[in-house]
Design a protein. Structure first.
Lengths: 111, 117
């Protein structure tokens, strides 16, 4: 499985944008870039995913580098409820393929 | 959005007993479900892939006779921890993939915290 590298932790202030980086230099052409987050004592929650083009949804934006070797998850205005562990995961868009979790980035948000 | 429900959310059992955890997709069908285990301060570790109507595929190092998985319907998979020991205490999480949908999104349950005394 292609691996991703994320900073262990990041800090943010409430209502400020947050840019969470992810490096995936060994990504293959068929790997999709997925982001999930996990709040304490809960199961992970889907955030966003993409292949080549930047993606936006109600939760976040995903900016993908042109060579696809890195990506950035953007939370436009952080809230206290965004404090979580954020996982960047590469996954084939193929039925039956599991998500393989790395260590993720622990995001702290201060008021 | 799609909902995956796990039951029980918390369970305490005595060493040597067996515990069953249920994972249900409430508003969609899931041919494939995945079981994970998470120890404190660690990431999720994939245990097995569960396919409706067939045997589960276990990850290396996961004992299939200890962690019995049954996926008898398109909305229910169960994980039974047999002869549980304190080292099996963990947070068990399931996820489900909606059959036939190509969004790529997986839906996760709330997790089940097992404590073995």
């Amino acid at each position: 499985d292609a691996k991703t590298t994320q900073p262990n932790s990041m800090e943010s202030n409430e209502e400020e944008p947050v840019h969470l980086p992810c490096n995936h230099s060994t990504i293959s052409g068929t790997d999709y870039i997925h982001w999930y987050r996990q709040l304490p004592s809960q199961g992970p929650e889907y955030v966003i995913h993409g292949l080549t083009s930047n993606v936006n949804n109600r939760m976040a934006s995903l900016a993908i580098a042109e060579d696809r070797k890195s990506s950035t998850l953007i939370l436009h205005r952080a809230t206290l409820r965004d404090a979580a562990v954020y996982y960047c995961i590469l996954r084939l868009n193929q039925a039956g393929t599991a998500l393989i979790f790395g260590k993720g980035t622990t995001l702290s948000v201060s008021s | 959005g799609a909902v995956v429900s796990q039951h029980p959310s918390r369970v305490i059992c005595k060493s040597g007993t067996s515990v069953k955890i249920e994972c249900r997709s409430l508003d969609f069908q899931a041919t494939t479900m995945f079981w994970y285990r998470q120890f404190p301060k660690q990431s999720l570790m994939l245990m097995a892939t569960s396919n409706e109507g067939s045997k589960a595929t276990y990850e290396q190092g996961v004992e299939k006779d200890k962690f019995l998985i049954n996926h008898a319907s398109l909305t229910l998979s169960t994980l039974t921890v047999t002869s549980a020991h304190p080292e099996d205490s963990s947070f068990y999480i399931c996820s489900a993939e909606e059959t036939g949908k190509k969004t790529g999104e997986l839906f996760f349950g709330e997790g089940s915290r097992l404590t073995v005394l």
